[in-house]
Design a protein around this ligand. Sequence first.
Ligand code: GLC
Length: 429
Amino acid sequence: MAFEKNQFDDIIEEFTVNGDTLHEIAADFRYDLRKGLQNPDESSLRMLKSYVGLPTGRETGEYLALDFGGTNLRVLRIQLKGEGKFEILKKVAKPLKVEGVYDFIGPDSTAEQMFDFIAELVDEAIDGDHTKKYLLGHTFSFPSEQSDLYNAKLIIWTKEFATPGVEGKVVNDLLKEALHRQGIDNVEPTAVINDTVAVLLAAAYKQPDVYIGSIYATGHNTCYLEPYADSADEPMILNLESGGFMKLVPNRFDEAFDQASEKPGEQRLEKMVSGRYMGELFGMALAELLGESGKSYGFTSIDMSNIIVDDSGNRQQVQQIVSGRTGRTLDLADCQQVQKLASTLVIRSARLVTASYVGIIWQLNGTDKALKQHIAIDGSVYEKMPLAKENIMQALSELLGEDSAVVDTVLENGGSGLGAAIAAAMSQR
Ligand code: GLC
């Protein structure tokens, strides 16, 4: 078969962000950022205070780091050595959900069960030693309202988490209680940070000129160091929860997908760009081309990545992936179109993400030239998805012009763990 040409072209068009729209989105992002600094209620950005600035790079000592933000839970014992150096002494990890075995992130679990499971993993990381004192930094990658570095209340679950009894609670209290239930009173949680904040702390621990930290993975979000230049306030990192940014141009697939999601109306940018959702949008568009609108085939962003990289003469890998998910066998021309569809979605994602970065850069610069800087990014989409990095660079240069010469992106791999340890160290200041 061959896809209907007009229909295919229309879908590609609907997923394309042209230069003008890109500029508008970056400008709207900056607008919401400014509004959010004055009055967060008038902005689609939550602008959450983290109660932490940048590290000096001289932080030292042994700390526990809990990384809780996706299905994979990790606990690390980390030795900070100062001068941007560190050593991972121990690392344990477990998924919060194993299909058909257990599920601590679904609606049938409880907060106690979830945090008991976390406490057990902490116990593994300290080899069951209940005597040596540890400070624990907690990277908790969900929107949380903080009143200091310890006290963070979960506002709302994102990324399709649904465990009852956690929203509205102080997450470190839940953790402390669970640790206590298991006799682990030598571990003291002292800091909670978002994973974007962790990425920024980790990158800034190692090098100068980093003010923006971002996650581009299952979820998407960005934080930055607000200098509070015109006030007496100390500079502080703000977690924008930029995945919730709304001033976008969603197409009908985005709308339909949002309606069917766990939290309709929330996380609109995230639903257009992040790894958790891109595969599903791709599947929805492909269903329409295959005359099966409304079907959900379960494509993942890893499928998209494998589809895009296939440069074999007969596009065998594309054909296999598509037939595995849809039961349909495509000819060569259609396989190439499928590749184009996947690439178009990735390019849109990278452009939208970059528009948000540039909104922040404009805000940091005021009317001056762009500040020399590295945007620190962690996450599988940034690291592994073909076309993502180069389209971020392309969009940076479209939006910043000459100024793009002083801005680049750096991969901050595993920043969530290191950042949590740094936050624990900083909690002692
Ligand atoms: C979601 C969360 C946010 C987190 C991001 C990346 O957007 O709401 O807090 O930073 O995912 O993990």
